[in-house]
Write a protein that binds this ligand. Structure first.
Ligand code: NAD
Length: 460
């Protein structure tokens, strides 16, 4: 399979496409290798994770170049990706030595314990949009707790989403058989979900695919952690600093061409400042250079492929046809979609109501705080939320009324830290979390253990 650079259409290299037989073999080898790894001391496991983090840092420039070309990311985005991926490894190294259980109360003369044990083999399915971050946030902690991992990256980004990690962990001294990278599509993904040796699935992708994965996992009584789509709101209150709000709004909607699950897909702006906000955001959008990220400092690179571009454009034109005003953008050249601002937006217009996954900022106006809360809540998704205001308490009071997994007061919606528990509610996921201590729940099983000095006596 050709690995295609979206900015130029050039072939960057070729990758194998795994099939269900490859998957079964990988799962078998992983299951055989895992017990020795689980039995290794946490110091050994942590050392591998630390070396992996250091290798990502030391080779950051080379890795960034790959990500820039394979996924069309700009310099700032790939720098962020190598930073977060190395932090995922360091944080996982620290988790390896955390307490693995607790002492439980018991009514019997015995010691009663809860112990966290590795799941065995963890299956990871990751998407194209931030491949290194979204693969490493599961691979690193799963390995740290003594699991083996079978990773299926998106076939459009097999290097950034998989091979980089395979190479890094090989050099870091991870014993053979513990990490398998199998690029492939839906068929391999389904085989991973149904393989009896794979105990837990960590899935990041769209809500539609997440539903299918969840249904299949349910049939096989398998635990699945789902991190899905979003259509996050950025609420701008009347007292917000306009210049800073516009810059935050542009970053939240246009970073990585809007192909981020936390992208600000809905700008909900107080009516007293909305005209100024739209004017300034449109001017900002018009001034953002779009082009091949490798040729210099551009703010937006290409969308991943033509089908994604056509989907974005259909949502924009559908909204304009329904009466929205194109304040900026709305056109493209090849895969390069211009930063787009839509005004006079109604909440039933497609670019507002649906996840666009492109560089599009639709703006709606509100009058009262109640109206802002109602508008922001009116979505089937619940991933991230940003509220911009000079009055932090007012921002927090508003946030309390809007159900999302993540909220940032005085920041836009796109944020990620390896130490923070990341996840969404409603159709953005199952409420499961990755990051920090939440990784314990995601990548271990719990075991109840009791110990008595003498054998218990029974009536018969
Ligand atoms: P997608 O659901 O089409 O693909 C995601 C992964 O699932 C890919 O590896 C794909 O090959 C695989 N896949 C496809 N069909 C499958 C099946 N039937 N069984 C198993 N695996 C299958 O996602 P996409 O559209 O390429 O990615 C973008 C989506 O991901 C957006 O909706 C975005 O919001 C979401 N996303 C969510 C998060 C999060 O943390 N919540 C992060 C990044 C992206």
């Amino acid at each position: 399979m050709a690995i295609v650079e979206p900015a130029t259409g050039a072939e960057l290299g070729r990758a194998g496409l795994a099939d269900a037989d490859d998957l079964a073999r990988a799962a078998r080898i992983a299951a055989a290798a895992q017990p020795d790894w689980a039995a290794a001391s946490f110091e050994q496991r942590a050392a591998v994770l630390r070396r992996a983090g250091a290798l990502i840092e030391q080779n950051a420039e080379e890795l960034q170049r790959w990500m820039m070309r394979e996924s069309g990311s700009i310099q700032g985005m790939v720098e962020f990706a190598t930073y977060v991926a190395s932090q995922e490894c360091y944080e996982a190294a620290a988790l390896a030595s955390r307490p693995v259980g607790e002492i439980l109360p018991t009514a019997q003369p015995r010691l009663s314990l809860l112990r966290r044990v590795p799941v065995g083999v963890v299956g990871v399915i990751s998407p194209f949009n931030a491949p290194l971050i979204l693969s490493s946030r599961s691979v690193a902690p799963a390995l740290a707790f003594g699991n083996a991992v079978v990773l299926k990256p998106d076939p459009r980004t097999p290097v950034s989403g998989g091979m980089i990690l395979a190479r890094v962990f090989e050099e870091a001294g991870l014993p053979d058989g513990l990490l398998h990278v199998l690029p492939g599509g839906a068929g391999v993904g389904s085989a991973l979900v149904t393989d009896p040796r794979v105990g837990v699935i960590s899935f990041t992708g769209s809500t539609g695919t997440g539903r299918k994965v969840a249904a299949l996992a349910a049939e096989h009584l398998k635990r699945v952690h789902l991190e899905l789509g979003g259509n996050s709101a950025l609420v701008v209150l009347d007292d917000a600093d306009l210049d800073l709000a516009v810059s935050a709004g542009a970053w939240g909607s246009f970073l990585h061409q809007g192909q981020i699950c936390m992208t600000a897909g809905r700008h909900i702006v107080h009516e007293s400042i909305a005209d100024d906000y739209v004017g300034a955001l449109a001017a900002h959008a018009d001034g953002l250079p779009v082009g091949d990220p490798t040729t210099g400092q551009v703010a937006l690179g290409p969308l991943i492929d033509a089908s994604q571009r056509d989907k974005v454009h259909a949502l924009v034109t559908g909204s304009v046809d329904a009466g929205a005003r194109l304040a900026a953008g709305g056109s493209y050249d090849n895969l390069f979609y211009r930063a787009t601002v839509l005004d006079d937006v109604r909440t039933d217009m497609p670019a507002y109501a649906q996840e666009v996954f492109g560089p599009v900022a639709p703006v709606v106006r509100f009058g009262s705080a109640e109206e802002a809360a109602r508008l922001a809540t009116d979505s089937s998704y619940g991933l991230s939320l940003g509220i911009l205001t000079r009055d932090v308490s007012r921002g927090l009071a508003l946030a309390e009324q809007i159900p999302t997994g993540i909220v940032h007061i005085n920041d836009q919606t796109v944020n990620d830290e390896a130490v923070a528990p990341f996840g969404g509610v409603l159709e953005s996921g199952t409420g499961a979390r990755f990051g920090g201590n939440a990784n314990l729940d995601a990548f271990t099983n719990q075991r109840w253990i009791t110990l008595r000095g003498d054998i218990a006596a029974y009536p018969f």
